[in-house]
Design a protein around this ligand. Sequence first.
Ligand code: BGC
Length: 892
Amino acid sequence: MRLKFLLICPAFLLFLFCQKITAQTNAHAINLNCEHLYNPLGIDAANPRLTWMLDDRQNGAQQSAYQLIVGTDSAAVASGRGITWSTVKITSSENLVAYKGKPLQPFTKYFWRVQLWDRQGKKLAPSALASFETGMISQRNWRGAWISDNKSVDAKPAPYFRQTFKIGKKIRSAKAYIAVAGLYEMYINGKKIGNHRLDPMYTRFDRRNLYVTYDVTANLQEGKNAIGVLLGNGWYNHQSLAVWNFDRAPWRQRPAFCLDMRITYTDGTTEVVSTDDTWKTQTGPIIFNSIYTGEHYDSRLEIPGWNTADFDDKSWKDVTLRAAPSKQIVSQAMQPIRNVEEIVAKSIVKFDDSTYVLDMGRNIAGVTKVKLNGESGTIVKIKHGERLYKNGHVDMSNIDVYYRPKDKNDPFQTDIVTLNGKGPVEFMPRFNYKGFQYVEITSSKPLTLNKEDVTAYFMHSDVSAAGRVSSSNPLIDKLWSATNNSYLSNLFGYPTDCPQREKNGWTGDGHFAVETGLYNFDGITIYEKWLADHRDEQQPNGVLPDIIPTGGWGYGRANGTDWTSTIAIIPWNLYMFYGDNRALSDNYSNIKAYVNYVSGISPDGLTTFGRGDWVPVKSSSALEYTSSIYFYVDANILAKAAKLFGNKQDYSYYSALAAKIKQAINNKYFNKQTCLYGSGVQTELSMALQWGIVPDQYRARLAENLAKRVAADGMHLDVGVLGAKAILNALSDNGQGETAYKLAAQDTYPSWGWWIVNGATTLYENWDINAARDISLNHMMFGEIGGWFFKGLGGIKPDEQHPGFKNVLLQPNFVSGLDYFNASHDGPYGKIVSSWARTGNTITYNVIIPANSSAAIRFPGKAATKVYLNGTRINSIADYKINAGSYRFEIK
Ligand code: BGC
């Protein structure tokens, strides 16, 4: 009894917490965002999207109307007068509206607020003021020149740049706009501006470059000021050699940048300090930097005060003027990369007085910061890896396999620091990151090192958390957390496959993980940027490379539908999770070009354009079958998008194409007698269910056959990436939730849990932890399970008819292996909670649906199951519809 109480306790506490917040009544709009960002700077969009939520915890809470007010005068907007744009009272429950007022002016701060009316038509208190500030808007508004030092692409040291200027008047505001080909850090009067890392995000540099905007008002002073800019190579000037040929990228050049600092004085005048040929440049202590391998720092070459006003720069050289890297210099309107988490070392082993190995306790993407004290000229190597050899040294054999160094000067995942003998040197690489758990530090002369001298930083695009899961099975909780660790380790302004071996934007890995990503994190800005990268990369014939961005690698026969369907699948999921169709409309013609290409090479509806079920356990599935299914998925998404945008012709053409593909797949691969697909292995059966290939009347039987297949495989997985994406959903969506859970909670080989019981804190690339190849320890391609927890156990699913969780489909599975399960997701309307606990034969099911949305609950189980809401029996045979609010059901 006592034990049971403890087990249901977390679910109960959550419920109590939810009850508590129900008491609040002062309803109004909150979380006002522009372009899915909070009070952003540097907005270039002509019609930025404005979004909000209704904060009203009363049952049935709903917005009946809204009125938007936008203007440059905050006092006027606050009092309800919008000069720039003001809508009338609009009867609608929408909470996402694109700006449609007067053309937005560059460099202008706009304030906005939204007035809501509740369900009864009562006018609510207006929202607090929010703002967005425009950036360049048009290329013509740039004043600065692109500058660089005069060195070749092969030059190793990083260039430093500086400029001084005087301010004689009182400043009202100052904004810096910096566009960089490569990476940068910017300083004003000795202080680093902002806390971003690895800015700007990686794009196809010869097609599109990103600029970043900062408010630097507080950094400037009356009198003399100095700006310092330090440039790194990043992906722009890839000097390390690997099989992906980034050293041969068509855009490759010595890094360059362009800066405009716009200062507005209190007297209303404006001055722009820009890059031009009077800037000075020099090299310094960063003697080598590679995004792929590491950074080398010679502290004897430090230039104290180089970014301050009184520094003597007589010996510095003139800069050269350069052409802009592309014709599209656009705002970086997205969450930046940051050092998000600081991690202290768990242990240190001293091998001798110049060799140490530290264990950071968990696998991450990021950097180490080291504090080193030793004689001048001591060379310290800091090597990062995911595994240790039996002898305790760092083993990189699982991750340096695609690296092709021409000599020993650029070791993999290794920073090299030369000490100056003047006291402790603190070093953290600026233009590199790695994937690692272990750090081996070796030095050319004896060195004293303590555990505290090494700190790790988990770096990633700093997206906020949007989902939580907790359960009575610690393995499930650990899997959820490992999945998120891998997701974030692979989010650096674009989704990557792994943070160590490749750092490549593998398309397949990106869409296999998109639902997990969106259930758990508010990642829309990263995906929209990545889709722009897709548009930059698409060939005129519609083809996409299988890594994006690419320097040229990634075309052939394998870059087919199972990978490059990102172009359709990512926009569709953004629409499902955010109810925002911007990505679908921005990429509509790209999806169409892509589908037309595949259609052209596959006239009968079947295609072998693809890679196949990658890294399976033992089975294999026909390439034509799996690739054709993704071809169907794309054609279907395109047809649905056409319908959404009212394009009747496309709708009928692409729905017919989708039907033809489906028919062709079923004709060739479906055996109606046995109700099996292909050779009947897990991937084949799962994909037909997950992607809607199987005719409805066979669905339940196919799911039974899949469950039987899993049982015959000893309740173990026998899938690669395509099967791993499909199998759990295929089971739990079709009445086989118990089998799905057994697979998810399996802890012997092969399974997700097998990694965890072997100490994994991230997801791996291979089911076999002793595999000889394809064994990165931080891969996201098997990561669908992290999204499945929300869907298959919590049952929180978007409703295609009312996307963005306007209506939530709640289809939980009270699986017998769990005593309780809690899931919550912060959707566009607010927090959705689905939380259940078992006491004896009774399930208590707590639900919260945010204001302005609704839900349809499908209770699992037999018709004989009795469901009670507040003690009253309800009809649980059909979907049970609820409005916003908190509900507590009992299922007996
Ligand atoms: C990557 C994968 C990728 C695969 C494609 C690997 O090297 O790490 O994640 O999807 O290649 O075959």
